[in-house]
Write a protein that binds this ligand. Structure first.
Ligand SMILES: [Ca+2]
Ligand SMILES: [Ca+2]
Ligand SMILES: [Ca+2]
Length: 600
């Protein structure tokens, strides 16, 4: 009795011809280090299809049970002319085609540059910075998500707005911009994540439904390319915010997976994220404990991609190479780094370096303990024999200490003490330092914070080792509590001096002076760091090069204080003269002195 049923089923399916709705990636390059490229083709009735092309060699075709996804290797022969190509997809029931473009690589000069400690990064949430194109505020395909009175809705900021204010950033002394994700987000309200019972939008960019798309509220791929070119023209690098751990809850994969193991579990049945990082760094923990952290769905909502599935790993690696290659961008900020196996990062980093040797990556490891954060920086094998090769991680331990000490008034000696853990890191000079970001309350909302304390924090940020990042608006002392209040719109008037309040201008001038001092003073960027003395509320440290020395005296106390260094570094008395230190520094204030060397 079962045989006729089977025949009926297949006869019904057989009537449908194959069709294609999407090709990922839609394009690739001649002379790429990754060849063949593996395409993920979405459509209908693709089961058991074959793929052919006149000029491209195709192989290793796989389709999913539903016939909605097809994976195929496409080899781009040496010497092939760039241009549009067509893949012919055949099943027993019909034939369809898929477009695929072969491109010439972008010229390398002035692109794919990577960051270094010579850079000053500025973090921008594209929706909240500047509205350069009112026409995309409430796009036809995603109407109703724009409302400036609602903190979880789109506010109109876009890529054009960032481009319009590049000269402002240049003037501020910024040399690189990090934009929160520009991936395409869902075109309707996000009903799965609520705030006080209200649905939200994915304006922040961390809910991708298309890893190859640009969110229409922000602009187009062409707008992005124009922005990258314009930034490069001004000597500003571009850092892409990427997410490889998860996708948005409305990604089409969630209800129809390209392979049976695309995610860790399914929407119906999956592990929840434990947020525990310790099992990952603990040589005595178990695989089962680690898997809870590596495989869990964030907040039980965000679908956790399975990088252990070679098809997923390949998809993610190609996605990264595609964004770099198609825009010419310079570096990557990787979200939720610890929640992905470091074996994957090793493979991913190797693929990036092979094609773009200078492009580098700074990863988010949201933890106050340097024993945890240092574990995730590449450059050395850890107990498990893995070197992630990830260039840099953000310096969350110092961030937490800056908030406790400079904002809230606890002893600054604790901040000096935290720097004392640098030996844990393979490369402390490339740590991403910051006093604020899009996930924490603004510095100015800390109890005890004042504009003077903010200036003192900036003095630390721009004179200490590492890769300093300024969160948009901190240069004008923006306020903001917990997410989403910490993502208020940048006040347009404050882009110009004439529109700034006295307080905004005062903080702006300090930040501007410090960024320019850092850029002009090699010792502040590249010098060896030496703590000369650290009392309860005063900290004096030097940045020393053979040809130049900078000395930074921070007074975190409530009264003027004379700082007395009993053990100056050997060459300091020659550089500054005896008795230079010990002068009084005003409360919540700093003095930076530089001697020797060329400033530029
Ligand atoms: Ca807009
Ligand atoms: Ca969208
Ligand atoms: Ca994961």
């Amino acid at each position: 009795m079962r045989v006729p049923a089977l025949v009926l089923c297949c006869a019904a399916m057989a009537s449908a011809e194959p069709s294609v709705s999407k090709v990922e990636p839609p394009s690739w390059w001649t002379n790429s280090t990754l060849n063949p490229v593996r395409l993920l083709i979405s459509g209908l009735n693709l089961r058991s299809a074959t793929v052919e092309s006149a000029d491209l060699k195709t192989s290793n075709v796989k389709t999913n049970e539903n016939g909605t996804y097809l994976l195929v290797d496409v080899q781009i022969p040496k010497g092939l002319q760039a241009g549009p190509h067509t893949l012919t997809i055949r099943t027993a029931e019909g034939t369809t085609t898929a477009p695929f473009e072969v491109m010439e690589p972008l010229a390398r000069d002035g692109r794919f540059q990577g960051f270094s400690q010579d850079d000053i990064i500025y973090l921008i949430m594209p929706d909240r910075f500047a509205n350069g194109d009112p026409a995309n505020d409430d796009p036809e395909i995603s109407k109703g998500l724009f409302d400036k009175s609602k903190p979880h809705y789109y506010h109109g900021g876009d890529l054009k707005g960032v481009r319009d204010y590049l000269p402002y950033l240049k003037g501020l002394g910024v040399t690189a911009i990090w934009l929160n994700p520009w991936y395409d987000n869902v075109n309707h309200l996000n009903q799965k994540e609520k705030d006080h019972g209200e649905s939200v939008t994915d304006y922040h960019g961390y809910g991708a439904v298309d890893f190859y798309g640009v969110e229409e509220h922000f602009g187009t791929l062409e707008d992005l390319r124009t922005l990258v070119d314009a930034a490069h023209e001004l000597g500003i690098k571009v850092i892409q915010d990427e997410v490889a751990n998860h996708c948005g809850p409305y990604h089409p994969w969630v209800t129809d997976m390209p392979t049976p193991t695309w995610f860790h579990g399914t929407q119906e049945k999956h592990p929840n994220e434990t947020w525990q990082l310790w099992p990952l760094i603990d040589p005595h923990s178990t695989t089962a404990l680690r898997r809870q952290t590596l495989d869990g769905w964030f907040a039980d909502i965000l679908p956790d991609l399975n990088q252990g599935d070679p098809e997923v790993a390949r998809y993610l690696i190609q996605n990264t190479l595609w964004w770099i290659g198609v825009t010419g961008l310079d570096a990557i900020r990787m979200d939720t780094l610890p929640y992905v196996p470091r074996t994957f990062w090793h493979e991913w980093m190797t693929a990036i370096k092979r094609e773009y040797p200078a492009v580098n990556v700074v990863g988010e490891v949201f933890d106050a303990d340097p024993a945890v954060t240092s574990f995730f920086q590449g450059g050395a094998e850890t107990f498990d024999g893995i070197d992630s090769r990830v260039d840099a991680v953000f310096d969350f331990p110092d961030y937490f200490k800056v908030r406790e000490t400079i904002a809230r008034g606890q002893p600054i000696r604790d901040l000096a003490g935290m720097l004392g853990h640098d030996a844990l890191y393979p490369n402390p000079n490339l740590l991403g330092t910051f006093i604020d970001n899009h996930d924490v309350i603004r510095f100015m909302n800390e109890p005890g914070a004042t504009p003077d304390r903010l200036k003192l924090a900036f003095t630390w940020l721009l004179t200490t080792r590492g890769l300093p990042t300024i969160y948009y608006g901190d240069e004008i002392a923006m306020r903001g509590g917990a997410d989403p209040d910490n993502r208020r719109d940048f006040p347009e008037a404050a882009f110009a001096k004439v529109g700034r309040t006295e307080e905004q201008q005062s903080v702006f001038e300090t930040v501007e002076a410090l960024t320019h001092l850092r850029s002009a003073t090699k010792a502040l960027r590249r010098g060896k760091t030496v703590t000369l003395c650290a009392t309860e509320q005063q900290w004096v440290y030097a940045r020393i090069l053979p040809e130049q020395t900078a000395v930074i005296e921070l007074n975190n106390g409530d009264a003027p204080a004379a700082v007395a260094c009993s053990a100056p570094a050997p060459n300091l008395s020659t550089a500054f003269g005896e008795g230079k230190f010990g002068e009084s520094v005003a409360a919540h204030s700093a003095r930076v002195s530089v001697t020797g060397g060329q400033t530029r």
